[in-house]
Write a protein that binds this ligand. Structure first.
Ligand code: AMP
Ligand code: MG
Length: 422
């Protein structure tokens, strides 16, 4: 008998849990890892900020020109209000980006200025070159200018002392540039998450060896290798573990010592060779869920020692569904990402009919493509939970909600793009 008394869940195991509830429960339990390290800014790509980045100076650092043209004092344009007259200003110098004009712009004067050049003292407005006329050392400015136009103010992007990037933010290309724009060379990021994983099953052969009768190649470890590498985790591949309680127990105990999270595949159902359940109950605090979804109905979640445990089903597509829909966000939270991004569901037209029974949420593999200018999704062939080929041909999940009782071609369905998931 498995002791589930320590579980937060009061839901009896035989009542399936909704996908939304399972995800919420996992997210509610995991807390970010603590360790930090400093890395050079380029190496921070894909990492998660461990501390706020405070702007050490204004960005931009100086008032500067947003256009090529003439820097002027707006109050030189005495005739500009309502009058069609031009104003003649004498050109007293040139300001380049990186080579400022050191003098003053007085009333009746203009300085030729390039984009990015520091706005000369006295000037408050830039007139774009295209509307002006140059004649014998003077520039003629048409009416209709606005004070402050075509200038970028110091601190307009970021004021000195402001939080430029908050802890928990993932560093993507825009953030790399932003950090560099502050002149910062090293960034304090969360250490990488350590994730150990293994496959379970007596039927699993390793690639490179011939298959004995009844064997299949272990593909799940390769899929997980890809998913976890993309996630930016330090991965620890513990191989294939046979369906033997002692072997499973030893591997889990080892994994719990070295990893922040453990992912297993297979053995979480109620078959005769599904031992994960007993062993986890013995080693840690684990809940077993029957999820109201397809594929990926059985799943285990909990803790072994200090490591979080995600016991995914064995079928290769079910692995990918359970990982993307449940484990992924929990791993992201564990990594320190904050906030966890909303995953958009897009409404598009179904190109084909889809059979479904009401009552559970289904994730089908679909290919989203523009047909005659309209986005349509087509399911990618055999939707069996072991058929990776239809996963490989897909670029999105078609997510059919619990109440849906089938889809007709041309009806609207929701899709979740693989982008950012896989
Ligand atoms: P299980 O949940 O252990 O009963 O596994 C469900 C199905 O997934 C069975 O058909 C297994 O052979 C298959 N399966 C389990 N683990 C793997 C794996 N690592 N690679 C490919 N298929 C697997
Ligand atoms: Mg198995």
């Amino acid at each position: 008998m498995i002791d589930t008394s320590s579980c937060a869940s009061n839901v009896p195991e035989n009542i399936p849990l909704s996908a939304a509830e399972a995800r919420d429960r996992m997210l509610a339990e995991v807390t970010p890892i603590i360790g930090h390290e400093f890395v050079p800014v380029r190496s921070a790509l894909g990492r998660i900020l461990a501390a706020d980045i405070i702007a050490p100076h204004d960005v931009p650092a100086h008032d500067n020109s947003a256009m090529d043209g003439y820097a002027i004092r707006f109050d030189s344009l005495i005739d500009s209000l309502g009058s069609a007259a031009e104003t003649r200003l004498s050109v007293v110098g040139t300001a380049f980006a990186g080579n400022a004009f050191s003098g003053q712009v007085g009333k009746g004067q203009a300085v030729r200025i390039m984009t990015g050049a520091v706005l000369p003292a006295g000037a408050d407005t830039v007139v774009v070159q295209e509307v002006t006329r140059l004649e014998a050392g003077a520039v003629f400015i048409p009416s209709g200018q606005r004070q402050g136009q075509n200038t970028r103010r110091a601190g307009e992007d970021l004021a000195r002392g402001a939080v430029a990037l908050a802890a928990g933010k993932r560093i993507d290309p825009a953030e790399l540039g932003l950090i560099a724009s502050l002149g910062i060379a090293e960034v304090e990021v969360k250490r990488r998450l350590r994730v150990a994983f293994f496959s379970t099953g007596d039927e699993l052969a390793s690639i490179g060896n011939p298959l004995a009768p009844g064997e299949i190649y272990d593909s799940n470890r390769y899929t997980l290798h890809g998913l976890l590498t993309r996630l930016g985790a330090d991965i620890i591949d513990l191989g294939v573990v046979p369906d033997r309680p002692e072997a499973l127990e030893a591997t889990l105990a080892e994994a719990a010592l070295i990893a922040d999270a453990i992912i297993t595949t297979g053995g979480v159902s109620v078959g005769e060779a599904d031992f994960i359940r007993e062993i986890l109950a013995k080693l840690g605090e684990v809940r077993f869920w029957k999820l109201n979804i397809k594929p990926g109905r059985p799943m285990a979640f909990g803790k072994v020692g200090n490591a979080w445990l995600f016991g995914l089903p064995g079928n290769p597509v079910a692995v990918m569904v359970s990982y993307t829909q449940f484990a992924l966000d929990a791993l992201l939270r564990l990594s320190g990402l904050d906030p966890i991004p909303e995953r958009p569901l897009l409404n598009v037209e179904a190109a084909n009919a889809i059979k479904k029974q009401a009552g559970r949420r289904e994730y089908l593999r679909g290919k989203l493509a523009a047909v005659d200018g309209r986005w349509q999704v087509k399911t990618t062939g055999n939707q069996g939970s072991g058929v990776l080929r239809s996963m490989s041909e897909a670029n999105c999940f078609v997510v059919l909600p619990e109440e849906c009782a089938g889809v007709l071609a041309g009806e609207s369905v929701q899709v979740q793009l693989f982008e950012g998931l896989l």
